[in-house]
Design a binder for this molecule. Sequence first.
Ligand code: TEU
Length: 579
Amino acid sequence: MTVEPSSVSSSGTAESRPHHWWKSAVVYQIYPRSFADSNGDGTGDIPGIISKLDYLAQLGVDVVWLSPIYTSPMDDNGYDISNYQDVDPLFGSLDDLDELIAGLHERGIKLVMDLVVNHTSDEHPWFVESRNPKSPKRNWYWWRPPRKGATPGTPGAEPTNMEAAFSGPAWDYDEQSGEYYLHIFSRKQPDLNWENPKVRRAIYDMMRWWVDRGVDGFRMDVINLISKPDPLTDGRPEPGRQYVRAVKFVGQGPRLQEFLAEMNREVGLDAQNLLTVGEMPGVTIEMAREITDPANAELNMVFTFEHVDLDRMPEGSKWDLRPIELPALKKNLNEWQIGLADAGWNSLYFDNHDQPRAVSRFGDDGPEHRVNSAKTLGTVLHMHKGTPYIYQGEELGMTNSYFSNIEQYADIESVNYHADALSLGMEADAVLHSLSVKSRDNARTPMHWDDGSHAGFTEGIPWLPVNPNYVTINARAAIADANSVFHHFRRLIELRHDYRVVAEGRFELLLAGSEQIWAFTRTLDNQVLVVMANCSSAPVDVPADALPDLGRAQLLLATHRDAGSLRLLPWESRVYLLG
Ligand code: TEU
């Protein structure tokens, strides 16, 4: 049943979204399960978010990206949707969502919804019907017969040797219909068949329904997987492995850009200046240039994974760890800056609900340097050219939780990896170590609002343990402290709003080889922004000849008081303006 909205406030309309407004915007991502719980059931919800709108307005963000709140059996925390046009009771109701949209718009903040249309839940009516081979919905998903000569339902009988992202084969056998269905993620997330125009039409109808309800854009989940190579064939497994990671060879299919352009046209994405960002594991700079080139009317921006995969061994899984070298990280972001300098547009992120906390991964989350490294990582990221994304808690410098036993984990990817790795004979401590560093649950522990019980997140029992360091790391303490990470992020957002050079200036990396210094300039007309940062826990001298003359420069933002010399203390950063 779909409920027509009683009233949509003036914003949330095309008029309220000027052309390319998102180029000077900052987005704040909310993971509803972990943001704020209003009814004491231990899980965050929409009324909880509504109770924190003034906090978001004080931070100064322009957009909220809301991870899924739709009806879902929650096999993957909502990224498995059984009804796209309703809110799961765990999170509230459609009325609550309308109130959230109105509350955001009243504060000049826009709302971007999470669009999860590469797959649905296996409890979505479309898939339930599709299980019947005679159903007109059969071809809404990828059904295939067992491998010739193999016993259906046994390992190796799958139509192809593809491995799911959450471990195990990417095909599941449906006894009743005698065929397998494809699921690149969990078996409760069957992939939709975008080759079928009826599927695409149903999705565009749903998107228009949300636009009419006042939303301002879409973050599109694994959208580069919607066009799959047909026929689906076997891949070459690594030695000793039976299956091949599906994400590796189903991305960037032959009709991807055709589908994105059709979606843009049919839903009026550009016509209504809606913000669109596509999550694209495996996307290249060349692909991103084309897809985000406004002339192609596909998407505004994409999420690349290249920089967040730098701590995985080449050809290894995300759990095969290697240290991150600063020159490599700088080099990657520089390549994307140059690659999309004259066509397309970058998204900028270090944190989200799938990645470990940035200050723990790229910074130094020890008591001595946590605050300055969180600030300096923010400075470096937000002063690049593109649209920055802040993940809830990043503005407080929240850290990884480093769980010590498997019982503490809830994330399907982590729990499945643990079981799979142990079944392959891997050492339990090594597996737990990889999880403590890379698990998605590090990002999903409840938000820290104050130093009260359960960090002020809930009056019940939190669905995931609260990080014990909430006593010192929390919003109330941060707001009260003018030198906090919170107020540093607030100033970064102000700089983007006040200085066009921050949004539009040409990027140029300096000192590319330095293992400690991340320095670059942004130039627009006669203005030059000079950013210098020490991304190490030891002091370093910046060679003056590597920089423009700062004699007449204005210091816009700094982590440390005394900026007299070019010696940068551990995790010190500065932003200067010339002209
Ligand atoms: O993530 C896609 C994706 O690539 C990640 O799952 C990635 O494989 C992994 O987490 C990195 O460690 C999107 C959503 O962001 C994620 O939360 C969902 O689980 C997934 O799609 C399926 O919808």
